[in-house]
Design a protein around this ligand. Structure first.
Ligand code: SAH
Length: 240
């Protein structure tokens, strides 16, 4: 049973409440950590409110190995496709599972394809840790095809996404979305060229999301000095 401790200055996610938790403010006893949502606990130094973690509290602590898709970019994918709890998704490659796990929390089911066994192990751990029951991992190259049909959204985070456009065509419902995420523009260009030459797809748009977080501390109000740098370009296509 995980818990969150939060106060104005700090936040901790405690994954294991069967033992005491040590922080820079001293330690908190396990019996306190297990208190109900909303209880305030304290040691000699600080007070914290305890609550049951939301999905996002757990999600921010998943294991990462491959370069994950950051939240700002996942936000655009969810918004532009309008996915909901009836949607079916195919995703490749899984990487650390950041995208597929976030999507699984929104949609009905996700099937994710990955070629590397070491990444599959990480994704399995993340799925288990997040308690997700609607993701299936397939150890197979997406370039060789998928078994799924009538899919609402296909997501690619692949070195050569243009090689899987025909696979996405077979899997997608008419009207469904193909979203490809690439860190470089030459990859996006080759993907879009392939989409434009395919009579079953329309290129809707390609975007980059630049998020600037601000520090707001009395009159010290300015963009935070350390921002996320470049992540990737997101191309949206529709199946016709
Ligand atoms: N979107 C993921 C990160 C993906 S990194 C996340 O948010 O965590 C890209 C992954 O694609 C790597 O793990 C790589 O092994 C995998 N990959 C590369 N070629 C592939 C292929 N043909 N089929 C399936 N996965 C592939």
């Amino acid at each position: 049973m995980a818990k969150v401790l939060m106060n104005k200055k700090d936040k901790f996610l405690i994954k294991d409440t069967s033992k005491d938790f040590h922080t820079k403010y001293g330690f908190f006893k396990k019996n306190d950590l297990r208190k109900k949502t909303g209880k305030v606990i304290s040691n000699t130094k600080k007070e914290f409110t305890v609550f049951d973690p939301y999905f996002i509290d757990l999600y921010k602590k998943i294991k990462r190995d491959a370069q994950i898709i950051p939240l700002k970019d996942i936000g655009l994918i969810a918004a532009e496709t309008g996915i909901n709890n009836n949607s079916k998704v195919v995703d490749a490659g899984s990487g650390s599972g950041a995208l597929c796990c976030f999507l699984a929390n929104i949609v009905e089911e996700v099937v994710t394809y990955e070629i590397r066994e070491d990444f599959i192990e990480i994704v399995k751990k993340n799925i288990d840790y997040l308690g997700l029951k609607n993701i299936e991992i397939k150890h197979k190259s997406i370039y060789e095809g998928v078994d799924e049909k009538n899919i609402d959204l296909v997501t690619f985070d692949l070195p050569e996404p243009w090689r899987a456009v025909d696979v996405a065509k077979k899997a997608l419902k008419v009207g469904g979305f193909l979203v490809s995420y690439s860190p470089t523009i030459p990859q996006s260009m080759d993907f879009i060229k392939k989409i434009e030459h395919n009579e079953n797809f329309v290129h809707v748009k390609t975007s980059e999301i630049i998020e600037r977080e601000w520090e707001i501390d009395d009159r010290k109000v300015r963009p935070r000095s350390q921002q996320i740098g470049h992540s990737g370009f997101i191309s949206f296509a529709r199946r016709i």
